[in-house]
Design a protein around this ligand. Structure first.
Ligand SMILES: [Zn+2]
Length: 253
């Protein structure tokens, strides 16, 4: 556009910059340029304040030394009948991508949670039923990965707080028939974020409501607390007792 950005002398700002300012102040301008290109501080880039997370094996081992309940215990070592379907080690989850190494074949919980879960499985076995585990302990870095994909607290944990999964006291699971390994009908699949997945949603077939109630009753009887928005998610209370962990699966013994 003629006359656009013209200075009083008939020069455009671009001309003035190239002919007069750049030759006289190259260092100042270079400094301003570097400043503008500097990456944002890590906290600002993350968009949340990183909480205290145990990441080093030495720190984790010290924690267990002081309190054996802090140990992550592999669930099948307590109960061989548990079925695993580790969805986050496959692309068969709501993100459509594998967030754990695809070779992940083990599931861990802090000792009291693992023992409580084993008691639930034992109780269900008397009815010819078993448990299928979708997720249990989740390294903190994966919660950060979730947040980079979907920064929405309705669906994923805010890394500023971390989740019960990062503390090794939360588990996502359903009930299966022990013989056929077929899942009982819970009305929705795992990680379904509609109202239908809520415990308070009761417009469902009687059998579905009974199945959900069975899981809820058995889990509560062993000390787990349900989450209203996800029929598959249970956690032990007293989360603050169990620090957030970022120990990769392959390092846990
Ligand atoms: Zn969960």
């Amino acid at each position: 556009m003629p006359g656009f950005c013209k200075t009083g002398e008939g020069l455009t700002f671009r001309d003035m910059f190239l002919q007069r300012i750049l030759p006289t102040r190259p260092f100042t301008l270079a400094l301003i340029g570097v400043f503008l290109m500097l990456p944002l501080t890590p906290q600002a880039q993350l968009g949340y304040e990183r909480p205290v997370v145990i990441e080093r094996m030495q720190a984790y081992k010290q924690l267990i030394g002081a309190d054996p309940d802090q140990k992550l215990v592999e669930l099948q070592t307590l109960n061989k009948e548990l079925v695993y379907d580790i969805r986050y080690a496959t692309s068969n989850n709501f993100t459509g991508q594998a967030l754990y190494p695809r070779t992940t074949a083990l599931c861990f919980l802090r000792r009291p949670a693992a023992e409580a879960l084993s008691r639930v499985a034992h109780s269900l076995q008397k009815k010819g039923l078993g448990l299928k585990i979708f997720d249990a302990y989740r390294p903190y870095a994966v919660t950060e990965k979730f947040w980079r994909l979907i920064a929405d607290e309705r669906y994923v944990a805010n890394p500023a707080k971390g989740s019960g999964h990062n503390r090794g006291i939360a588990v996502d699971l359903t009930i299966v028939d022990l013989q056929t390994k077929k899942e009982l009908d819970m009305g929705t699949g795992f990680d379904n974020f509609s109202d239908t997945a809520h415990h308070s949603f009761t417009d469902l077939p009687v059998q579905v409501l009974q199945n959900r109630k069975l899981l809820r009753d058995e889990m509560i009887a062993q000390g787990f607390v349900p989450l209203d928005t996800e029929w598959w998610h249970y956690a032990l209370p007293n989360a603050g007792r169990y620090p957030l962990l970022n120990i990769p699966f392959k390092k846990i013994e």
